[in-house]
Write a protein that binds this ligand. Structure first.
Ligand code: NAP
Length: 351
């Protein structure tokens, strides 16, 4: 039987890949977006699917009480809900609460609406983040000689709401993912809904873009990092700092969402979805070796050198590999394809 899925954040970098995988596997999907303009763009991005396989709901403000009431009601009814919408664009956020409130209240609103109005839903899948797993303050304070920690699903970002409101935007984003995920697990325990829960926690997500992006200025946060630091640069520039050492390919993450919708054993699990680790030098080497045009642009660093620090953490994907049978693409597939696409986008938007 065809599965019917409600997907939020469908027009974003990750959401559009999730949608693409679901549609290619024959699922029927209602995509939630927040404006008519975004809906129109999505129709253009997915022209091959009829209304019976791909329809849309407009939810202008995900934090408004009752925001999802109309979206969750459908004939045929939904089996699964995938909630990927959450703010992650630093350039449009002015205040820490703009990360925290939509992440937390958006999650609570969709869970409330599903429980009250969509009793056919048996599973809710949330796009979480390793931001909710890693203890960043302890990582920053670690001496260079300390051992590397391997994070697992037992770990939680310990930041409080107060720390998050008073801290940097980074602290607020990471806490937004933490509080949203905790609220979902709390909901399950206190409200005892018909559905079970799966939370997928990726580190940085890279790889090709599936949604329409008019210019490099409008890239999503993680892709913009690759463009700004590795492409809009010069070979002699200083190598960018390593940032989060772990990453996953967006296509592998999308596959994980699809598998989570169809794997009974995923019930009520939190799963880290991490494809590997990469230093800035690793990314630079992959781009410079494979794309001649980037040899004059991507910071050169010390080819083959500059490994991650000895104390740089890692994130274990053992559970996802075991439960979902997930496999991961190579580093080259992730970064080289994306960089080629970014060069094309740059050329098109300059024309
Ligand atoms: P993205 O391209 O910016 O997509 C975010 C999606 O969420 C868009 O559909 C966006 O809608 C929607 N959204 C954001 N703020 C919203 C708000 N206040 N109200 C309603 N909708 C809102 O980012 P992404 O990288 O695909 O992120 C998708 C999910 O993955 C997020 O939950 C993010 O936390 C998580 N994640 C991302 C990464 C990464 O490296 N990219 C890593 C770990 C976890 P609009 O287009 O209307 O803004």
């Amino acid at each position: 039987m065809v599965q019917r899925v409600l997907l939020t954040g469908a027009n974003g970098f990750i959401g559009s890949h999730i949608l693409s995988v679901l549609l290619s596997k024959g699922f029927s999907v209602r995509s939630v977006v927040r404006s008519q303009a975004k809906l129109d763009q999505m129709r253009k991005d997915f022209p091959d699917y009829s209304n019976s396989q791909l329809d849309f709901a407009l939810v202008p403000n995900i934090t408004a009480p009752g925001a999802y009431e109309k979206a969750v009601m459908s004939t045929p009814p939904f089996d699964t809900v995938i909630h990927a919408a959450s703010p992650f664009l630093y350039r449009i956020v002015n205040d820490n609460s703009e990360f925290l409130v939509p992440a937390l209240n958006g999650t609570k609103e969709i869970l409330k609406a599903v429980k009250a109005l969509a009793p056919s839903v048996t599973r809710v899948i949330i796009t979480g983040s390793c931001a909710a797993v890693v203890d960043h303050s302890s990582e920053t304070a670690k001496p260079a000689t300390a051992e590397s920690k391997k994070y697992t699903e037992d770990d939680w970002n310990p930041d409080s709401w107060e720390t998050a409101m008073a801290g940097t935007l980074n602290v607020a984003y990471r806490a937004s993912k933490t509080f949203a995920e905790k609220a979902a697990w709390d909901f399950l325990e206190t409200e005892k809904p018909n559905f079970d829960l799966v939370v997928l926690n990726p580190p940085m997500v890279y790889g090709p873009i599936r949604h329409s992006v008019p210019s490099p200025k409008e890239l999503n946060e993680s892709t913009a990092r690759i463009y700004t630091l590795f492409i809009e640069a010069k070979a002699d520039d200083e190598l960018p700092p390593n940032g989060m050492p772990s990453y996953v390919d967006v296509r592998d993450l999308a596959d994980a969402h699809c598998l989570a919708a169809t794997t009974p054993a995923a019930s009520n699990t939190r799963m880290i979805i991490c494809g590997g680790r990469a230093s800035s030098q690793d990314i630079s080497d992959a781009l410079r070796e494979n794309i001649p045009e980037l040899r004059a642009r991507t910071p050169k660093g010390l080819p083959g050198g500059n490994p991650l620090a000895k104390n740089a953490y890692s994130c274990s994907s053992e559970r996802a590999q075991k439960v979902l049978g997930l496999k991961f693409r190579s580093r080259e597939e992730t970064f080289v394809g994306l960089a080629r696409q970014l060069l094309d986008l740059e050329a098109k938007s300059a024309a």
